[in-house]
Design a protein around this ligand. Structure first.
Ligand code: FDP
Length: 349
């Protein structure tokens, strides 16, 4: 693919993706459809409370969460857009079962129309997350979603923050675009995002600390100990509670994001859903040079048994993700003198 200049419109970029690999023609069309829907969703969010109470409670969704007005609006917008794209089936957070759109089409889309619902109505960033897979032919409409994350042809998210950004990968690096509101189109802002291998920032909902497994507790405790502990560096902590926004920060300046499993009822596999949250993020992170595991195993090798299945997520800068794995493997470093992280340690820069 030719080098792309900052400011290149999304449609020009998608044309180049297709030109370089004709097999991605339909996938690019799906990304274009989601981007179009996102422009509409962004406008709704941008009006805030002037557009009504976007946080108004409705029904319960597949996971038992109470749907908010914006969850429903976003689900309707993306579904409508995907109907006009080459999409056979959709697994949406906001629908119990797989939705069949055009059975003859080649692609299956897993999508969280509105990620970060608890931040609706308080002027915080929320998002839309998606992963696109080839259809597995046959009667079983879930079969296309029972494949490892490595089968994703493209993945991405839109974050509706101060700017509306689209972060996407077709397996050739991770690209970021920002919505040019004057022109009503996304424009390229980074042709190849690169997550620094080392970082000093972590993101985790620390209010769950007493429910965590010992390895996660030990990792975070040692981050908190900073230069007085085995990590021998001071950390900063950021947690917005909207996965897309936390992940965009990690993609942009490094760090590690954790939503581990914990001992609360229903949280053995964390909170995030494998198909339409964890696997798309894992592909974006890996394509930007980072790593994504459940603490031990690579996310992209995992296969969901059901469309709303959860998975723990540890992702971001490779050194930090590897460090979490070390704790899971029982390798907690000794204060100050660790062979792995201490004063004269192997991993000390
Ligand atoms: P939300 O429930 O508000 O939609 O999976 C959704 C998600 O938000 C993520 O965006 C976020 O990282 C996480 O859940 C927040 O969970 P906690 O409320 O447990 O921190």
């Amino acid at each position: 693919m030719a080098d792309l200049a900052v400011g290149t419109p999304l449609d020009v970029y998608l044309a180049q993706v297709t030109q370089a690999d004709a097999g991605l023609h339909d996938t690019a069309a799906v990304v274009a459809a989601i981007a179009e829907a996102a422009i509409g969703i962004s406008a709704v969010i941008g009006r805030g409370a002037l557009g009504g109470d976007l946080a108004a409670s409705g029904e319960q969704n597949s996971d038992g969460d109470v749907q908010k007005a914006l969850d429903v609006i976003a689900h309707e917008r993306v579904t409508e857009a995907l109907r006009g794209a080459p999409v056979a089936t959709v697994a949406s957070e906001e629908a119990e079962g797989v939705m069949v759109l055009n059975a003859a089409a080649p692609l299956a889309v897993a999508i969280d129309p509105l990620d970060g619902s608890s931040n609706i109505g308080v002027n915080m960033a929320v998002g839309t997350v998606f992963g696109i897979r080839p259809v597995v032919a046959g009667e079983d409409v879930e079969a296309s979603f029972r494949t490892p994350g490595t089968t994703q042809l493209a993945a991405g998210f839109v974050s509706y923050g101060p700017a509306t950004a689209l972060i996407v990968t077709f397996g050739q690096g991770t690209q970021s675009f920002v919505l040019d509101r004057d022109q009503g189109k996304f424009r390229l802002t980074a042709a190849a995002m690169k997550i620094p291998a080392a970082a000093k920032e972590y993101a985790v909902n620390a209010s769950n600390a007493r429910f965590w497994d010992p390895p996660v507790k030990a990792f975070v405790e040692d981050c908190l100990r900073g230069t007085e502990g085995p990590r021998d560096k001071d950390f900063n902590m950021r947690w917005l509670g909207s996965m897309v926004a936390d992940i965009q920060r990690v993609l942009t300046r490094g760090g590690v994001f954790l939503y581990p499993g914990d001992s609360r009822k229903g949280y053995a596999r964390g909170r995030l859903r494998l198909l339409y949250e964890v696997a798309p993020v894992a592909m974006l992170i890996e394509q930007a040079g980072g790593a994504a595991t459940d603490g031990q195993e690579r996310i992209l090798d995992m296969v969901a048994a059901g469309i709303h299945e959860r998975a723990p997520l540890v992702c971001g800068s490779t050194d930090e993700v590897a460090c979490v794995s070390t704790y899971y493997a029982g390798g907690k470093p000794d204060a100050g003198r660790s062979p792995l992280f201490g004063q004269r340690g192997l991993m000390r820069p």
